[in-house]
Design a protein around this ligand. Structure first.
Ligand code: NAD
Length: 258
């Protein structure tokens, strides 16, 4: 772990995966601005720079460079946070990938097993590993919030994302529903956010024609911004959302309304 503060912090501890950039960085920024101590987890070196930039603005954050598919690394990270802070209050499973080839998804019959497994490992199994590791700390304090970053592609068929991505995001939604029931008695909620298309590095590589067509099908006439999604994450972690669990909130400008 990098940039770790030396002293114990009393503030609630938030773990955000995939926080080097994009939606995860915006979520981390907003939680830090709300007075939480935020651990930015990402496989990229850039997570250190992102954390340092937030620290310079006075935020209580630290970077943890880790691969969320590495069971031992996830376990070690969570153990270290528990021993240092004695609490993990909020987990945002946001890390994810959506492989593109020349800006487009591959049809299933051309998808390699290697790519299929990578998507399922990062998007779904990584969330399982993080949840399994943090739940004991949440149960101990009888409070917790888990937020999984699903996708509209897990709610409907998708022309933009591959079938492996849709499967992983639908899997996250199913995982959240059953986990929510398992942990509800300890006042832990588990919910998903299902964004439509959001302007980030993940969508920047997408085919321009496809993006131009897509925007004409968004009733609100614009792509989502990371702030749209971060606001929803903060709501789900707030006391106002304390009776919401096992739910999926669509954040898509009206593209899919159930
Ligand atoms: P992004 O690519 O900017 O951010 C994803 C982050 O996850 C990256 O920093 C990446 O390094 C990290 N990551 C990838 N594999 C990892 C691993 N094994 N361990 C740790 N970190 C890893 O993308 P984004 O658009 O900000 O996406 C964030 C989440 O939102 C993803 O789960 C994505 O599927 C979901 N989402 C995005 C959109 C969109 O249109 N951008 C729409 C719906 C859902």
């Amino acid at each position: 772990m990098n940039n770790a503060p030396e002293k114990q912090v009393g503030a609630p501890v938030v773990v955000v995966t995939g926080a080097a950039r994009g939606i995860g960085l915006e979520i981390a920024t907003r939680f830090a601005a709300a007075g939480k101590h935020v651990v930015l987890v990402d496989i990229l070196d850039a997570v250190r720079d992102s954390a340092q930039a937030l620290q310079r603005s006075g935020a209580s954050v630290e970077a943890a460079q880790a691969d969320i598919t590495d069971e031992a690394a996830v376990q070690a990270l969570v153990q270290e946070l528990r021993s240092r802070y004695g609490r993990i209050d909020i987990l945002v499973n946001n890390a994810g990938i959506s492989p593109k080839h020349n800006g487009l998804k591959l049809p299933t019959e051309q998808t390699s097993l290697k790519e299929w497994k990578a998507v399922l490992d990062i998007n779904l199994t990584g969330a399982f590993l993080l949840c399994r590791a943090v739940i004991p700390a949440m149960r101990e304090r009888r409070w917790g919030r888990i937020i999984n970053m699903a996708s509209q592609a897990g709610r409907t068929g998708s022309g933009a994302a591959g079938a492996h991505y849709s499967a992983s995001k639908a899997g996250l939604i199913g995982f959240a529903r059953t986990l929510a029931i398992e942990v509800a008695g300890d006042n832990i909620t588990v919910n998903c956010i299902a964004p439509g298309m959001v302007e980030t590095a993940l969508t920047a590589v997408q085919d321009e024609n496809m993006k131009r067509n897509y925007i004409t099908r968004i009733p609100m006439g614009r792509y989502g911004m990371p702030g749209d999604i971060a606001g929803t994450a903060l709501f789900l972690a707030s006391d106002d959302a304390s009776f919401i669990t096992g739910a999926t909130i669509d954040v898509n400008g009206g593209t899919f309304t159930g």
